[in-house]
Design a protein around this ligand. Structure first.
Ligand code: HEM
Length: 497
């Protein structure tokens, strides 16, 4: 109780300071943004800006030549170097990659993902990466990704949108995309269709559990480890929801893995396609020595990481994309013209302008707005900032996409044309500048799959429906590790004649 009391006083003090800070220091914005207070460090400025924390980071980066040090409360271990300088990004993610693993702090913060690829390092990561690469390039897995997306569009998404159009009801497009991507990712990763887009099911636990876990993980970055661990232990606030999420994932995977093991034993249900659970249950341990096919907890960690990576990123990208299209009808018109002239379901690469518009949308609204690094040994970054061994480095991908010094004076504008080269093809941008799918050896494993699925969904909707975004809603991101719209994206749809 004493700890809770102390925490209450601490929070009240922070709000008091933030309040003071706002009224006293309004005239000097930069001082307000990065004021280093005794004991509390820069935390008050950050907490004060939580509702618009990503834009706040962007402003601070721009004002500080793309790199600054964030000082957390004294002795809390939350000091961090923030950088979006492409030279530093290239150094940490590519040229000096072995010195920048995830680090032990990352593993603690992302403990819900256990030994899955997202939090793994060293030899385990290498085995997961190589085996994951083989899975994602397996003919049967590729077949399943196209067939499952096609059938989910035809059997679920289209009937759902048709019904919404017929009944003229308001739907939350963000929720629709999350459910759609969860169902397709679940088929690919577990072999089960969760049918969460079926109109009979109002809510779904996996989605809620994942959303809470992602928010809790965001806040963990700025809290002393001891504080969030204590909150988790006694079950307070967002950490209580994190615990519930973890229990839900454990029980969901226990059922899936046990059923799959029984099927494997009985030799029944031989499928033409391959999913991540069956693939890892039969993993080749001679080739990948650190994989543990007989360990249920290991399979849970590996597959949960893939499921979360597949659902949340692509649904976030599609949501912001459709919101931007609603604000830029001229882009929608151009995409429609391109689909009419060039659409070939077997060759989506022909849709160059659609690809450009998706890239431009993710530049401004990257589904994963942050990346983290922690050097093994002390180092000096190309920007001449010194970094100590095991210190924390944060790259805000959201801010990188908005830097005028990187993207030009029109950086904040939505202009798919910036991705089109003079000969009409796609313009390539280095990944240290367009970090949406990360860079170097840890580049996103699902990039091609994500682009394929997003294009299939976008073409289906753009070809067949007009939609209108409900005017009165506030569009703002949730402070989370995934860039979601706080209250969703409410729209009405009409079937095109
Ligand atoms: C628009 C969609 C997507 C975006 C923007 C995206 C972005 C990213 C980013 C930024 C990373 C690096 C994370 C980090 O290092 O902290 C990453 C890693 C990863 N992504 Fe994606 N991703 C997308 C879709 C997918 C899909 C559909 C899958 C497949 C299930 C997937 C699987 C992975 C995996 C397995 C990793 C870990 C790679 C490693 O650590 O070696 N992603 N993704």
């Amino acid at each position: 109780m004493a700890m809770i009391g102390l925490f209450g006083v601490f929070v009240a003090f922070i709000f008091f300071l933030a309040f003071q800070c706002f009224f006293l220091c309004k005239k000097s914005l930069n001082v307000l943004l990065l004021k280093n207070w005794p004991f509390l460090g820069m935390l008050p400025g950050m907490l004060f800006n939580i509702p618009r924390v990503l834009d706040w980071f962007s402003e601070v980066y721009e004002a500080n030549d793309m790199t600054f040090t964030f000082k957390g409360p004294w002795f809390s271990g939350t000091d961090m170097l923030f950088t979006v300088d492409p030279r530093n990004i290239n150094h940490m993610l590519s040229s000096n990659f072995p010195n920048y693993p995830r680090g032990p702090e990352f593993k603690k913060i992302f403990d819900i993902l256990g030994d899955g690829i997202v939090a793994a390092d060293k030899e385990l990561w290498e085995d997961l990466r190589k085996s994951g690469h083989a899975l994602f390039h397996h003919q049967n897995f590729l077949k399943l990704s196209v067939s499952s997306t096609t059938s989910k569009l035809k059997d679920d998404l289209v009937p759902f949108l048709d019904k919404a159009a017929e009944e003229n009801i308001v739907i939350d497009l963000q929720d629709v995309f999350k459910r759609f991507m969860f169902d397709t990712a679940s088929i690919l990763m577990t072999g089960y269709d969760q049918m969460s887009l079926s109109s009979e099911i109002p809510g779904y636990e996996f989605g809620e559990a994942a959303d809470f876990a992602e928010e809790a993980i965001f806040y963990r970055h700025f809290k002393p480890v001891i504080l969030w661990r204590l909150q988790n232990l006694i079950g307070v606030g967002i950490e209580r929801k994190m615990r519930t999420a973890s229990e839900f994932f454990n029980s969901m995977f226990a059922k899936i893995i046990s059923t799959r093991r029984k099927e494997e034993k009985s030799g029944g249900k031989k499928e033409q396609t391959i999913n991540a659970v069956t693939y890892y249950l039969n993993a080749d341990t001679a080739k990948y020595k650190l994989l543990k096919p007989s360990n249920d907890k290991f399979i849970r960690d590996v597959v949960l990481s893939l499921l979360v990576a597949g659902r949340d990123t692509s649904s976030s990208a599609l949501t912001w994309f459709f919101w931007l299209l609603s604000k830029h009808p001229q882009v929608m018109t151009k995409i429609r013209q391109e689909i009419k002239a060039k659409f070939d379901p077997t060759d989506l690469e022909k849709l160059v302008y659609l690809h450009a518009a998706l890239s431009e949308s993710m530049r401004l609204y990257p589904p994963l707005p942050f990346n983290h690094k922690s050097p093994l040994k002390s180092d000096v970054l190309p920007s001449v900032h010194k970094v100590k061994a095991e210190s924390k480095i944060v790259i805000c991908i959201y801010a990188l996409g908005r830097m005028r010094s990187v993207w030009g004076e029109d950086a904040s504008e939505f202009k798919p044309e910036r991705w089109i080269s003079e000969n009409g093809g796609l313009k390539h941008e280095p990944s240290s500048k367009f970090l949406v799918f990360s860079a170097g050896p840890r580049t996103c494993l699902g990039k091609q799959l994500a682009l394929l699925q997003m294009k299939m969904v976008a073409v289906e909707i753009i070809q067949n429906y007009d939609f209108k975004v409900v005017d009165s809603q506030k569009i703002e991101p949730v402070p989370s590790v995934i860039l979601r719209i706080k209250h969703g994206l409410k729209v009405t749809v009409n079937k095109k004649i």
